[in-house]
Every structure is written in structure tokens, then in C-alpha cells.
Design a protein around this ligand. Structure first.
Ligand code: NAP
Length: 234
């Protein structure tokens, strides 16, 4: 039987890459991000495990991208899982946060997740089956200074996912929100965090934990899950 389809945004690096490689064991994964070379690196990792994937180069913050992505998914009836993972981090004081920073952050982290969810929702509803995962952050649960745009996007994501969950219960669609602490990924490049990175959560450890949540059996769903370092936040 054909594998069901998982669509993963932000699959080119970091958490999205790690999740894509793991989920390719179980799904035909569609990898989405803007950088084709990096998507191809994820594809190589997946192919090295004798699994398969498709690449779609796209910017999820743009309306038109969503139509382009949807038209490239071949067997839409097979769509079972969406991981809304793509995100950017702007860590600046409110004085230094300009309008472009604000718009880019909200449009990628929050609006992009809304657009991707809209894209597939009717397919999942008509099947009365499916899973949607939002990669939020501990910054979606508590505030941090010098992060207004990021924190606003992640609090917004929690609100969106929570309302969506209520709406989709009757359609047997599982909605999960994951709140990770600091994870060692390229999001921290050039952010003055180099000394701490080795002590952050490793992407594959995070993936392993999320994988179990996604595979909760039968009528169980992990609605919200916070994943921190055992020793707590920095
Ligand atoms: P990352 O390595 O920088 O990954 C971000 C991914 O998002 C990349 O694949 C990037 O690919 C993609 N992306 C960014 N803007 C996009 C757009 N407009 N359209 C399509 N793809 C886009 O960082 P990460 O840490 O793995 O972040 C993944 C998610 O985890 C984010 O939502 C982040 O907020 C969340 N998170 C991270 C941490 C952490 O400490 N690392 C903690 C909690 C939550 P392209 O550049 O190729 O587009």
C-alpha cells in the first residue's frame, strides 16, 4: 500500500530536517522551504535511508505559494499529516524591531501556518482523519525580553491551534502544539548564543519525543506538549 503523505514546512534545516528524516520511515514526506540546496540536503539524508520524499521550493508567507504547493501534491487523498514548523526568530528590543521584522515574523510563523492549514483542511475533513502539528516554542507560553514579534507570533499560534482543535474534534482530526525550549539549530546562527549551543536540546532528541506524540494510538491525542532540557531553560 502507498505510504500516507506528511507535509513538513521548514524542512530544509534544524527541527524540520530532523522530523522529515524520521517521518519518512512512515510517510511519503513533502519537504517545503525557500532554499532548494538545503532541501536537497534533507532529501539526501532521506534517500540514504532508502525512503522517499518530494521537494517543493516555496515561501509559505505568500498567498500564491499555497496554490502552487497544493497543485504539486500528487495524491491529495493520501494527505494525513501537516507539520507547521517553518519559522524565523527576530530577537531585538522593541526600539530596534522595525515594521519589516514584525511583518516577516508574523507572516511566516503565524500567517504561514494558517495558510498551510487552510490548504489541506478540506481533504482531512472529508476523510474524517488526520493530524496537524504546530511547532510553537516555550515563547508561546511565557514572555521573553527582546522578542516581542517572536513571542506574539507564538502566542498567536497557540490561540489558532487551540481554536482549531475545538473545531476539528468532530472530524477526528488531531491537533497538537509542541512547545520546545532552546534547540541547537541554525535559528541561533549569529545571535550571540554560540557558547550555549552545545547544551541545547539536540534536534534528533526533540524529534524522537515528538514522533511518539504524533503516534499516540486510536482516540488519544497529545494536545499540547512542552519539551525542555531536563535542567530547565537557560
Ligand atoms: P531553522 O533551522 O532556522 O529552521 C527554520 C526553517 O523554516 C528552515 O527550514 C527555513 O528554510 C524555513 N523557513 C523560514 N521562513 C520560511 C518561509 N517564509 N517559507 C518557507 N520556509 C521558511 O530553525 P529551527 O530552530 O529548526 O526552527 C523550526 C521551528 O522551531 C520554528 O518555528 C522555531 O520558531 C521553532 N522553535 C525553535 C527553537 C530553537 O531553539 N531552535 C525552540 C522552540 C521553537 P528556508 O530558509 O529554506 O526557507
Amino acid at each position: 500500500m502507498d505510504k500516507p503523505i506528511a507535509i513538513i514546512t521548514g524542512a530544509s534545516t534544524g527541527i524540520g530536517q530532523s522530523l522529515s528524516v524520521k517521518l519518512s520511515e512512515q510517510y511519503l514526506v513533502y519537504l517545503i522551504s525557500r532554499n532548494k540546496d538545503n532541501l536537497n540536503k534533507t532529501k539526501e539524508l532521506i534517500n540514504a535511508q532508502n525512503n522517499d520524499c518530494k521537494i517543493i521550493v516555496s515561501d509559505i508567507s505568500r498567498n500564491q505559494s499555497i496554490n502552487d504547493i497544493y497543485s504539486q501534491i500528487e495524491d491529495k487523498e493520501q494527505i494525513e499529516l501537516l507539520i507547521n514548523n517553518a519559522g524565523i526568530g527576530v530577537f531585538k528590543s522593541i526600539t530596534d524591531t522595525n515594521i519589516e521584522d514584525w511583518d516577516n515574523t508574523i507572516n511566516t510563523n503565524l500567517r504561514g501556518s494558517f495558510l498551510m492549514t487552510k490548504m489541506i483542511i478540506d481533504d482531512l475533513k472529508s476523510k474524517k482523519n488526520g493530524k496537524i502539528v504546530f511547532i510553537s516554542s516555550v515563547a508561546g507560553l511565557q514572555p521573553y525580553k527582546n522578542s516581542t514579534a517572536y513571542v506574539a507570533s507564538k502566542y498567536g499560534l497557540r490561540g489558532f491551534a487551540s481554536a482549531l482543535r475545538e473545531e476539528l474534534r468532530e472530524f477526528n482530526i488531531k491537533v497538537m502544539t509542541i512547545f520546545p525550549g532552546a534547540v541547537n539549530t541554525p535559528i541561533w546562527d549569529n545571535k550571540g548564543m554560540d557558547e550555549l549551543r552545545k547544551d541545547m536540546i539536540a534536534t534528533d532528541d526533540l524529534t524522537e519525543t515528538i514522533f511518539h506524540a504524533i503516534n499516540a494510538p486510536n482516540n488519544c491525542v497529545t494536545e499540547e506538549m512542552t519539551i525542555r532540557r531536563t535542567s530547565g531553560d537557560f
